[in-house]
Design a protein around this ligand. Sequence first.
Ligand SMILES: O=C(O)CCC(=O)C(=O)O
Ligand SMILES: [Fe+2]
Length: 255
Amino acid sequence: MSSEEPENIWKKSIDVIRRKGCGKGEPKTLLEKLRWVTLGYHYDWNSKTYSPDHFTPFPEELHSLSHKVAAACGFPGFNAEAGILNYYRSDSSLGIHIDESKLDHTRPLLSFSFGQTAVFLLCGTKREDRPTAMFMNSGDIMVMSGPSRLLYHAVPCIISAPAGNMLPPCLGQRLETEAQDDDIIQSVSEEDWDVCSWYMQTSRVNVTVRQVLASGQTFPSSQASHLSTDSCEKSEKGTPKNKKRKSKPGYELDT
Ligand SMILES: O=C(O)CCC(=O)C(=O)O
Ligand SMILES: [Fe+2]
């Protein structure tokens, strides 16, 4: 595990990126090493639980977007309570797993993808079931609900776009419109956008949003909800396969 502190990853990375342009051979910044972040009820990769004691407010904009998307898909009243952001570099993958919860499965799991394309394998209720492979492109939203909520799935590889064609048009340029108070999308400075755009040319960001508790449900008094994710493995080329995700911070070891 890296000894670097995970706070202020953006601030600690952007100056370095702007200065050196992250050429080959340069030490990686925290932003480039980042592999995942948890939101809301933070998932503990070691105990495989969510805890009411390990919670930070869920981002308002993502909550609102998730509520709207879920409602449009026939799930009114969706309450986004936990999120996992997965940051994929060109050699990243995510091992086969199921997003299982002992608390509530009736609510959908929403998945938003940005940047480079991934191959997504949707398997069955058993990990050895024959998978269906699909591309997950930038801007795609996947809703896992009903029986599909508990299917095994994996991301075996990222398919990086050829140079010169690395970003879809909507990610290639900064939004210049004046943001309204109730806008989900807020404006960003040109300098920050340059770094985002540079990062997304070689990365994929996936955000999964989950409702942890059914309406009216509370965490069991024994505490931990014992939500368990079965074998959530993430590996990089050159690291051992089946390496499990550790608890925060969300970096992979440099190999
Ligand atoms: O990156 C993806 O598309 C899938 C992410 C995922 O399965 C998860 O975070 O549980
Ligand atoms: Fe998953």
